[in-house]
Design a protein around this ligand. Structure first.
Ligand code: ZN
Length: 367
């Protein structure tokens, strides 16, 4: 018996006003629905993850994930998923709306823990608004501390939920409703304020700030050294001299990222007078900077690089360098642009005595 996570991502997003369905819109560097998938995977709580989607997702490279076609409405999609897993020996099922990408893995764990003694566990938050209730023509005041705004993920004992769903005839907006309608107990637990539902375009940009950072680096070319650019070795008559491997692309990227985060410069983190960093490979320098970026909730949405050299020809290595940077930065290739710039054979760079690089990065942060 195992647990299953159902992600509902088949909605038509009528209030979203976009050609692309909301769940596929890019949010914090990836399609909105992927945030929930990644957290479900990372939690290690689930043997199976069911993505209920429209036709736009063909496959995801993970054996745990199955994609099934959704229905017209949310409750139909949810029923399709429950029917699908009915034969699969599922003990507990978690149901989540893809429009809520910001829940925490901790919330999943809390839900699971509370399910040991309950058949349904639902997260909720209270409201800060003064609340009224309209009943026919009369409007009455509600005590706001008694109002529960329910969220997803919601989790259930599968058998109990399945039975209720099969006999249900009403249109429901969440599975908690089935338990309430049938007078079954629900354990309500504190949800998360950040676990907002993204409904309109402006929700995507809520509390979003954009920052820019600039980076520049130059190293001398010397014989008998390997040339590293963007983390890869490129066959060339010389390599870049430096305390490290002299990778001007990575160094200028590091400075631009630090600039965007207002965290000083590369020398602060890797002083060149420290023996510890002698001959260090630059990807090793980039790693802690990327960790810092992710930890502080910054997301790169554009990285533009000018590599300034007479040779080697950038066009020949562009794809390789971008692939390497994409892996190192944990960033989709579509956010990275690399341009080659020669200097008309002028000066040190023109004489193949040095290579320089400049970078501008744009990052988003949700504050
Ligand atoms: Zn450097």
């Amino acid at each position: 018996m195992s647990d299953c996570f159902i992600l509902l991502a088949a909605g038509k997003s009528k209030r979203f006003k976009s050609n692309i369905p909301k769940q596929f819109i890019c949010y914090k560097n990836k399609p909105l629905f992927m945030h929930s998938i990644d957290k479900a995977l990372k939690s290690n709580l689930f043997k199976q993850i069911i993505l209920v989607s429209s036709s736009a997702v063909k496959s995801l490279k993970n054996k745990k994930i199955t994609i099934i076609r959704g229905g017209e409405e949310r409750y139909q999609s949810s029923q399709k998923a429950l029917d699908y897993i009915n034969k699969k020996k599922i003990k507990n099922v978690f149901i989540h709306d893809a429009a809520r990408p910001n829940f925490s893995i901790n919330l999943l764990k809390k839900l699971k823990k509370n399910l040991k003694k309950n058949k349904a566990v639902i997260p909720y938050i209270n409201t800060d608004h003064s609340t009224k209730y309209k009943n026919k023509n009369k409007i009455i005041n509600l005590k706001r501390e008694k109002v529960l705004l329910t969220q997803t993920p919601q989790c259930f004992d599968f058998k109990t939920l399945y039975k209720l769903s099969k006999t249900n005839k009403k249109i429901i907006t969440d599975e908690a409703t089935l338990f309430l309608e049938n007078n079954k107990n629900i354990k309500f637990i504190k949800g998360e304020k950040d676990n907002i539902k993204i409904t309109t375009r402006s929700d995507l940009k809520k509390n979003l700030k954009t920052y820019y950072g600039i980076g520049f680096d130059i190293h001398k070319l010397v014989k008998n050294k390997k040339l590293y650019l963007g983390g890869i070795n490129i066959p060339f008559h010389s390599g870049l001299k430096g305390h490290s491997d002299g990778d001007v692309i990575i160094h200028s990227i590091i400075d631009s990222i630090l600039g965007a985060m207002k965290k000083r410069d590369i020398g602060t983190y890797f002083p060149s007078n420290k023996n510890k960093y002698k001959n260090i490979r630059s990807p090793k320098m980039l790693k802690p900077i990327v960790n810092m970026l992710n930890k502080d909730n910054f997301f790169i949405n554009n990285l533009d690089i000018n590599l300034i050299c007479e040779k080697p020809k950038v066009s020949k290595y562009r794809n390789k360098i971008i692939n390497s940077l994409s892996k190192l930065l944990l960033l989709d290739k579509k956010f990275i642009n690399l341009k080659g710039k020669t200097v008309e054979k002028l000066g040190l760079i023109g004489n193949e005595k040095a290579i320089a690089c400049e970078t501008i990065v744009s990052v988003e942060k949700y504050e």
